[in-house]
Every structure is written in structure tokens, then in C-alpha cells.
Design a protein around this ligand. Structure first.
Ligand code: FUB
Length: 473
């Protein structure tokens, strides 16, 4: 019995040590929509409230990473108050860049029509500041179907917006990205296209291959078709993909392809089959970045999570040679790093590969910082490359209105080599930031995962943590 308990404990510890999923542990992060821009992947998410019994959602948040494992929290960059016409349900959304501007398509409950409506916010950078581009919805006809907008710009510069549950609606956008260039149309759902006809046309007692539910993700990809002998064509062919949550609830992810954005669609099967993800919804987004392809989705697997407490997760995958998707399963491990972190650059404390116990907070004065730190909490950052330059000091910016505490810096594991202890004093307030510089005498070189372990008096909030930096000798 004792052996079994030790075995379970060891499994739990090793899971935490290697886990990258769920990607964020500080907040629930739902309906992830990734965007590759410059050196980074940005991901735009919704936010389930703690202990919710429905999709009580009031804001949208943004995270970014240049290595896919350390994610920087940019905070809550849009909320229902950003849209004068919206009063509830800050549900799924997606952001796209065009000519240096970032357009964030959201859906929310409209107090104008009483239904769900599509809105759009705009900013000059992927992390805002975002403002409602129109001061009114982009599309609002009083229907509850208007959820989950997804957007893409075709090679001919035509932008397309798709959305809907249980209908699939689509429209052309004007080059300004904030007005409609065509009538809103509905994709005809058929057995060939989606595994079944639209919900209203499905016949009782008939077992269909699949069924569109919600959460569309529209994208295009060029691939080289294979002939019957498996030989690759010389010319690439553009293919349109519509990925979506399917099968009613619980949802799996399926997809269809077409030669044009308007179809005809061919049902292609499951991408992420129904698995025990602890969430009865799923919602996906796909991004190609630096030669890697990533599948974003959500699960209910964060402790305290579930169907109304969902968290984004990521898997890397490779397209099949014939342009189809492989089957992708959810994992705890998630993705591998594709870059390193420079310890000698000031890094925001909210850049996190894995954390335990704490939260991030944001406000006008400080921006985003790490708060709610208690004894025993920790942050792990991965792939910190000290190179051959020996660090001589570790500096942090922290604030405490109480007794403060310690930031212990360990290499490779929580119990690994301790290279510094920053002692945070009482600073006069939770946002009275002080820089604390600690010399390093231990020898450190090469690449390490680094753990910031927080210690201090038990049972009370210790300090807030804004940024850290190592100095080279
Ligand atoms: O997050 C609220 C709703 O749940 C989304 O709009 C759907 O796609 C489902 O994930």
C-alpha cells in the first residue's frame, strides 16, 4: 500500500515536472485563437470565472511566447465594457493582422437586439490597446446563432468571416476589415460536407457520421496532392479547411475541406476525437510558426476546472502528405521548446512555463504582475540559457505591504541547486516596487529550467513580483 502511494506521488510529481498543458495555471483560458506575428505566437482567449456553473465570461485575455513553452501574460485587454452595446457572454473570439493593424473579432450578448452579436476591436499592436472599432456590432440580427467568429485573409486579399452555432454563417469583409462586403450567407450542411445535414434537417433515429456544432476555425493551406501511386504533384494546390467542434455535447473536433471558401465542402473526419478532457466543449485554433504546426484547444484539466472552467492546451503536429490532418490526442506534456530565454534581459515575472498557487494581476499603474504569492508557491521558466557567461547577480522588482518573503532561485527542479535567494522586505505597499539585488557566487552555465520558489510566513500573502533579471560577470 505504502509503495502504491509513493508510486502515485512520484507520477504526480513527474507529470508536473514535464507538463506544459494546461498552458496557463493562473487563470482559466478558453477558446484559444493563436496568431503568428513576427517572432512570436500570440493567443487570444476567453476567461471562465472561478467556480462557474455556466459560461459566465466577462473578458478576453492575451498571452504570447517566442519559444512555445514560456508564455507571457498580457492581461485582460478587452472586456464587456469595451463594447457599449454588449452586456453578457464574452465568448469565443479571434484576432488577425492586416496592414499593421490588429482586428479582434468577438461575440457577446447584444443589449440592442437581445441576441448574440459579432463585434470587432482594433489596435496598432497585437497586445493593444484595443478599442471597439465601430461603437456598434459588426453583425447583429437578434439571433442566438451569432457566436464564435473566425477570420482569414485569402491570397487574393479577400477577408472572410465565418461563425455560428448550429448554423455556419459567412461573409466577405471589406479591406477596412470592419464592414461587410457581401450579404451574410449560410453554408449548406450536408452528409457529404459535414457528416450530416443541418440540425433542423436531421432525421430522428438516423445515425449520422458526424455533425457540425460550433467553434469554426477557417484557414487555407497550400499542399502538393499525391496521385494514385503516391507521387507528389509538381504544383501546389490551395485548400480551404473548416475545423469545428462537432457531435453535439460532449464535443470532439472534426473538419471539412473545400476548393473555395464557399465550398463545396467535403467532410474529412475527426482531428481530436472525443477523449476524457474533463470539458464537454472543445474549441480549436491552428497556427504554423517557424516551421512547426500547432493545434490549440481547451480542456477542463486544470485543478478546479471542468466544463465551465476550461484551459487552453497545445499539441504540435505534422500535416499528412496529402494535406489532411493527423489524429491529435490531448496530452499533459504538450509541446517542446523551440527557443531559449535570455537570463540577462529584464523579463516580466508573468512569463511562465508552469506555476503553482499564484495569480497574475493587471492594472493601469503597473501593467501585469504576479500576485497572490504565498509560502510554497512557485514559478518555473524553461530553457534559460546562461551560455558561458557566469551570472554575478540576480535583481527583482517586488512590493509588499506586509512582511515580504524570499525568492529562492533553483536550477532544474524545485529542490535543485540553489543559486540565489532574494530577500523581499516590506516596501510600503502592494505596488510600492523596490529593486532587490542579490549577488550570485555559485557557478552557473548552459541551459537550465529555473524555478523561482517563494517562501515566507505561512498563511499570508507575501509580496507582488513584477520582473527579474540576471547580470553577467
Ligand atoms: O466559451 C463559450 C462557448 O463555449 C464558446 O463560444 C463555444 O465555442 C464553446 O467553447
Amino acid at each position: 500500500m505504502k509503495k502504491r502511494i509513493i508510486g502515485v506521488l512520484l507520477t504526480l510529481i513527474s507529470m508536473t515536472v514535464t507538463a506544459q498543458n494546461p498552458v496557463v495555471q493562473t487563470w482559466f483560458t478558453t477558446d484559444p485563437a493563436p496568431l503568428s506575428y513576427g517572432d512570436k505566437v500570440y493567443v487570444y482567449v476567453g476567461h471562465d470565472e472561478d467556480n462557474a456553473d455556466f459560461f459566465w465570461m466577462y473578458e478576453w485575455r492575451v498571452y504570447s511566447s517566442s519559444d512555445m513553452v514560456n508564455w507571457t501574460d498580457h492581461g485582460s485587454l478587452l472586456n464587456l465594457n469595451s463594447f457599449s452595446w454588449a452586456d453578457d457572454r464574452a465568448w469565443a473570439a479571434q484576432t488577425i493582422e492586416r496592414n499593421g493593424k490588429f482586428y479582434w473579432y468577438i461575440c457577446a450578448h447584444s443589449k440592442l437586439s437581445g441576441g448574440m452579436a459579432i463585434g470587432v476591436a482594433v489596435a496598432d499592436s497585437p497586445t493593444g490597446p484595443f478599442r471597439d472599432a465601430l461603437g456598434k456590432p459588426l453583425f447583429d440580427n437578434g439571433s442566438w446563432d451569432n457566436i464564435d467568429p473566425t477570420v482569414f485573409i485569402d491570397d487574393d486579399d479577400q477577408a472572410w468571416l465565418f461563425w455560428g452555432n448550429p448554423t455556419i454563417n459567412y461573409v466577405r469583409l471589406n479591406p477596412d476589415m470592419v464592414s461587410l462586403a457581401s450579404e451574410v450567407k449560410q453554408v449548406k450542411q450536408t452528409v457529404e460536407g459535414f457528416g450530416s445535414p443541418s440540425m433542423r434537417e436531421r432525421e430522428r433515429g438516423v445515425k449520422y457520421a458526424d455533425s457540425y456544432t460550433e467553434g469554426p476555425w477557417i484557414m487555407k493551406r497550400n499542399f502538393f496532392p499525391l496521385d494514385k501511386k503516391g507521387k507528389k504533384a509538381k504544383k501546389a494546390v490551395g485548400q480551404y479547411y473548416l475545423l469545428y467542434a462537432a457531435g453535439g455535447v460532449p464535443e470532439h473536433i472534426a473538419y471539412s475541406t473545400a476548393p473555395t471558401p464557399e465550398g463545396p465542402w467535403t467532410y474529412r473526419g475527426h482531428i481530436m476525437p472525443l477523449e476524457d478532457t474533463k470539458s464537454f466543449t472543445n474549441h480549436c485554433g491552428v497556427v504554423d510558426h517557424k516551421g512547426h504546426s500547432y493545434f490549440f484547444y481547451h480542456t477542463g484539466k486544470l485543478p478546479g476546472g471542468g466544463g465551465f472552467g476550461r484551459s487552453m492546451a497545445i499539441e504540435e503536429f505534422k500535416y499528412n502528405e496529402d494535406g489532411t490532418f493527423p489524429t491529435i490526442h490531448h496530452t499533459n506534456e504538450g509541446v517542446k521548446p523551440i527557443g531559449t530565454l535570455n537570463p540577462y534581459q529584464r523579463t516580466e515575472a508573468e512569463t511562465i512555463a508552469w506555476s503553482f498557487g499564484l495569480k497574475t494581476e493587471n492594472n493601469q499603474k503597473t501593467g501585469v504582475y504576479v500576485g497572490e504569492i504565498n509560502n510554497g508557491d512557485y514559478i518555473k521558466v524553461r530553457e534559460m540559457d546562461f551560455g558561458t557567461k557566469q551570472p554575478s547577480a540576480f535583481t527583482v522588482s517586488a512590493a509588499s505591504a506586509l512582511q515580504g518573503g524570499n525568492i529562492e532561485v533553483h536550477l532544474d527542479s524545485l529542490g535543485g541547486q540553489k543559486i540565489a535567494v532574494a530577500k523581499i522586505p516590506y516596501t510600503g505597499g502592494w505596488e510600492e516596487w523596490k529593486e532587490v539585488r542579490t549577488p550570485i557566487t555559485e557557478t552557473v552555465s548552459g541551459k537550465h529550467d529555473v524555478f523561482f520558489a517563494f517562501t515566507g510566513y505561512k498563511g499570508m500573502k507575501l509580496f507582488n513580483f513584477d520582473w527579474w533579471k540576471f547580470e553577467e560577470k
